[in-house]
Design a protein around this ligand. Structure first.
Ligand code: SF4
Length: 1015
């Protein structure tokens, strides 16, 4: 849909007017902002990063007080760091309000407890808090620890207590979280990644080898085409988005936005087109069909660097919505047929002529031929002319000297088929030759400031650091486990870098168990908890809801606000014996037992949960590293001490952990070895310092290390310089192999501040990026096999006769010469980007359109018998809480707005002033039908509950034609609650369903059914 300038102003002013209407008369009393006095000359300047989103903007914090007696440093001003290569001094409305977060009157000051059935918080000492919490944890663990399963296999797990880790705390806190939880045997451990970008890892790793943003923020400026779909970066990542604007201004890039709403990104795009929430896979498969049907692929790239020519097994198939191997009783696929046909040598068969009917490219053609423009239009509601125009623009980048980038975020991940949507974009970029290219890539715009880091650190229920899996029950021996998880090459002469898994894993064991890990005891492998099923957040809260969980720790996490179906979460928390909340702020979760009228209508006397509230420091009060979306580990420093009695997270964990160890030493108890043997050898075990934790993440030589020629690489006790030094014989220790190189004998690489542009916007001297400081992943694919760059203007690397060198660190064996036959996707066993994902996904090797669990259609027109994702997990309690279109006819989609970050900024005065109250966006047609006018209060209901908010009647949301019927969409921002500086409000997630993406269980926040009425 083309929007003229005049139309644009009409739409924008309608929206602005509406927003103002929503604001007028509703600003809280705090609207009278103080005039701050800037006294920078006497101030101390401290560098840090914005704590909100994963752009990771640089900030300078100014404090007064030099630490002399009675002169505690206090931050009084924050501004953007002009030297930062991404933000260059900019901050968005969230970053601009950071000072109000630090000094929010919602900050917690003292440890407190709410006793069962009471209606008050009671101040306690840290000593009492640690003692009581340790006692509760120990008693529950001793009573419920499972040392052996029914088969007699050692499993060392504790299921009746769990933990949620933060997403904005530093890597160093995350490492302590992991050690704490795994030493105790917890499997119910998860982090925010479960609620946001889980599908990104699940989709991109099987496609390219790693599950991360392929390029980086600044590199977006090199694009010729920017397709923003499944995200709204102008709103959610405003400072990172300026690089998209830079591409438009300086590179004459075309920016396209496809979204259910005409959003702020669309307002500056060259083209906007609407789409029905939950139909993105159909759109992308339609685009794949267009590219193949019009022969708009980069042939040389596709042949050389993708698995297009590999031959798939004869028993693979797809029919009526189901791939081969479906087990209807268990709702799972047997994935053995989703594999390559192999020859006698065990390698995959290949047909370079692309004629074989079962070569990947021909299977793909067959799979997508159903997605004609008419089908796409009917399923998505996108006008056909728009769809064809967008395909044409994207197709223009199949030329070697043009690139397109995809920018996406939660608009793609929050679906039952979220990972498959992302796979669709990965396939398009491989067909167009846009992976590894400057200005190309599939750029997952991570959400929270350190959720990339927490994902890297393995803070998910069945994960280990560095993207290894926690062992399962049946993997009873170290050798068997390593054999299972270490891939064999699918083609000869390939890097297959995961073949080094034993080195990564044994080094992890040496880090976790220290001197207790020996070759004789399989490096402590048996102490790790083993898993029998997923204990992801949705599954674990379902167990809690059913009364099977006793204790829970929520650290920097507000699950009642963040998780879907808040009513169920509230009921689940009510069934706990004890809840420990570690947070800088007063959260809805810590006060879930309080009555807040219709916003939280509970009876405290009926809730028998003991709740502890432990005040923690915030970002501005700690040293440490966070990882931005572009995989940069950025070190930051504290500008002041935590207020009142608040403590650093590491000190809080250290206090409970050391107390638990004392109890086990004194009293014994269930399986004490993992707890007592976990390395916690810090200078002060009660208060580990971030610097010492960061160094263990990098890793140490435990013996003198030599290379094959006898050259000394590192002396015993020295920090490792890269992951190439890791060994599987116990002579190295490293918590997270991909972080090896981040803190070496040369110093803290994460603290580097050389912003010199080495070419094409790369700044390798700023901070440190995993892996090995590479800034653009798969960058060898930016050149032909001969080493000639596809586009001389985008030359990142060149062969100097001995090595690859250039503006970036080669993501490739540096000494492997041109035409060596070594392919660029070095983490995959075939070395090739995957159009067909072999066995990497649980719901199909090719993406398929499935309707959301709550669908506005009677059936999926493509295959009515299989409307929804056939392997999406639905718990019985949740199935009963799903609505139908007859009762809830409108499609709701939740989202974030520029001024707010999830449920944190509502505690910051500046942001509370900017967006004081819940609103809901509806179309003019729906408003007219329901008799709703601008500013009316509306009631939005789903099968799970209701919320109320101000109506914003807007042209930004359009009535679509889908499958021959009018389709209305309702936009629901989710930032308010019954705590905070904003007005009290409903938790928007009261409405959303408790079902997740089939691969990751990331909830379907972006497409569910509601009704709307005038309240
Ligand atoms: S919220 Fe994101 S874009 Fe805004 S200042 Fe913080 S890091 Fe930068």
């Amino acid at each position: 849909m083309h929007i003229s300038r005049r139309q644009f102003f009409r739409i924008s002013s309608a929206g602005l007017g509406a927003s103002s209407l929503a604001t007028l008369g509703m600003a809280p009393a705090v609207a009278h902002a103080d005039v701050r006095q800037f006294k920078l000359l006497r101030a101390r300047e401290t560098r840090n990063n914005c704590t909100y989103c994963s752009v990771g903007c640089g900030i300078l914090m100014y404090s007064l007080g030099d630490g002399a007696k009675n002169a505690e440093a206090k931050i009084f001003h924050i501004e953007g760091d002009p030297d930062h290569p991404v933000s260059r001094g900019s901050l968005c409305p969230k970053g601009s309000g950071l000072i109000d977060y630090i000094h929010s009157d919602q900050r917690l000051k003292y440890p407190e407890v709410r006793e069962p059935g009471t209606n008050e918080w009671k101040r306690i000492t840290w000593e009492e808090a640690n003692a009581r919490i340790a006692r509760l944890l120990k008693d529950d663990r001793d009573a419920n620890f499972i040392e052996f399963n029914d088969k007699g296999e050692r499993v060392n797990r504790w299921l009746s207590s769990g933990m949620l880790a933060s997403s904005a705390a530093s890597n160093e806190t995350g490492i302590l979280d992991f050690k704490f939880a795994r030493a105790l045997g917890m499997l119910g451990m998860d982090c925010q990644a479960r609620l946001c970008h889980g599908p990104t890892v699940s989709a991109l790793a099987p496609s390219f080898g790693r599950g991360a943003m392929t390029n980086n923020w600044v590199d977006i400026k090199n694009a010729n085409v920017i397709l923003v779909m499944g995200g709204n970066p102008a709103e959610a990542h405003p400072v990172g988005f300026k690089w998209a604007v830079e591409a438009k201004v300086r590179n004459k890039a075309t920016m396209i936005v496809v979204d259910p709403r005409y959003n702020r990104s669309a307002a500056v795009a060259d083209m906007y087109s609407p789409i029905r929430a939950g139909s993105d896979a159909a759109f992308l498969m339609g685009m794949v069909n267009y590219l193949l049907a019009h022969d708009k692929i980069q042939h040389e790239y596709v042949k050389a660097y993708t698995n297009a020519s590999l031959i798939v097994r004869a028993d693979y198939g797809f029919d009526e919505g189901l791939f081969s191997g479906y087990d209807a009783d268990r709702k799972v696929y047997d994935r053995s047929s989703w594999a390559y046909e192999t020859g006698p040598d065990g390698y995959a068969l290949r047909d370079e002529t692309l004629q074989h009917p079962r070569c990947v490219l021909n299977l793909l053609k067959k799979h997508v031929e159903r997605y004609t423009p008419d089908v796409v239009t009917s399923l998505c509601g996108t006008p056909k002319a728009d769809f064809l125009k967008i395909c044409e623009i994207m197709a223009s980048t199949c030329a070697p000297d043009r690139t397109a980038t995809f920018l996406y975020a939660l608009g793609w991940t929050h679906h039952t088929a979220g990972a498959q949507i992302i796979r669709g974009s990965a396939m398009i970029q491989l067909l167009l030759g846009n992976i590894g290219m400057p200005g190309g890539g599939v750029n997952a715009l991570r959400g929270h400031s350190n959720i990339q880091g927490y994902t890297d650190l393995g803070l998910l229920s069945t994960r280990l650091p560095g993207y290894m899996d926690l062992p399962r029950d049946h993997q009873q021996t170290l050798e068997g486990y390593l054999a299972d998880i270490t891939p064999k090459a699918d083609l000869p002469n390939q890097v297959n870098f995961w073949k080094n898994t034993p080195k990564f894993f044994v080094s992890l064991m040496k880090n976790l168990w220290g001197e207790h890990a020996t070759p004789e005891n399989s490096f402590g492998y048996h102490w790790l908890p083993k898993w029998d099923r997923s204990y992801d957040m949705l599954a674990y809260f379902d167990l809690m809801y059913r009364g099977k969980v006793n204790g829970y720790i929520a650290q920097g996490f507000n699950p009642i606000a963040a998780m879907p179906d808040s009513g169920k979460i509230r009921s689940a928390l009510s069934k706990l014996k004890f809840l420990v909340v570690i947070d800088p702020l007063r959260t809805e979760t810590s006060n879930f037992w309080q009555n807040h009228g219709e916003f939280n209508d509970v009876d405290p006397s009926q809730i028998q949960t003991t709740v502890f509230r432990l005040p923690s420091s915030c970002f501005a009060e700690e040293n440490g590293a966070i990882v931005n979306s572009g995989r940069w580990l950025q070190w930051h420093w504290a500008g002041q001490k935590p207020p009142y009695e608040a403590r650093h997270d590491g000190r809080i964990l250290g206090g409970i952990f050391t107390r638990l160890r004392e109890l086990y030493r004194q009293e014994g108890g269930a399986c004490p070895e993992p707890l007592l043997n976990m390395s916690w050898d810090y200078h002060d075990p009660h208060d580990p310092h971030p610097e010492e934790v960061a160094k263990e993440a990098n890793g140490y030589a435990l013996a003198d290390l030599y290379d094959d020629s006898g050259r000394l690489l590192a002396r015993k006790g020295e920090l490792l310089s890269d992951f190439g030094q890791l060994r599987d014989d116990g002579s190295t220790a490293s918590y997270c192999w991909i972080f090896a190189g981040s803190w070496t004998e040369a110093g803290n690489q994460m603290a580097r501040r050389d912003n010199t542009d080495s070419g094409l916007g790369n700044t390798p001297g700023w901070a440190w990026a995993w892996p090995a400081n590479r800034r653009i992943l798969y960058n060898r694919a930016s050149m032909a096999p001969s080493g000639k760059p596809w586009d001389p203007k985008r030359q990142l690397l060149h062969w100097d006769g001995k090595r690859w060198t250039g503006a970036d660190v080669p993501d490739y064996p540096a000494a492997s010469p041109p035409d060596s036959g070594v392919s660029p996707f070095i983490m995959l066993p075939e070395g090739l980007g995957r159009l067909f994902s072999v066995k990497g996904m649980v719901d199909g090797p090719f993406p398929e359109h499935y309707e959301p669990t709550e669908s506005p259609l009677a059936a999926n027109p493509l295959h009515p018998a299989v409307s929804q994702n056939p392997v999406a997990r639905v718990f019985a309690d949740d199935a009963a809480r799903m609505g139908r279109r007859e009762e809830f006819p409108y499609v709701a989609t939740t989202y974030s707005i520029t001024e707010m970050f999830r449920h944190w900024t509502k505690h910051a005065r500046l942001n509370a002033i900017a967006q004081p109250e819940q609103f809901v966006e509806i179309s003019e047609k729906l408003a007219a039908k329901k008799g709703i006018v601008q500013g009316d209060v509306v009631r939005v209901s789903s099968k799970r509950g209701f919320i109320r908010g101000k109506a914003v009647v807007t042209k930004r949301v359009m009535t679509l034609q889908v499958d021959g019927q009018d389709l209305e969409q309702v936009g629901i921002p989710c930032h308010w609650g019954f705590e905070g500086t904003t007005r009290k409000g409903f938790l928007a997630n009261t409405l959303s369903p408790g079902i997740g993406d089939a691969n990751t269980q990331t909830p379907e926040f972006k497409a569910f059914l509601v009704n709307v009425e005038k309240a």
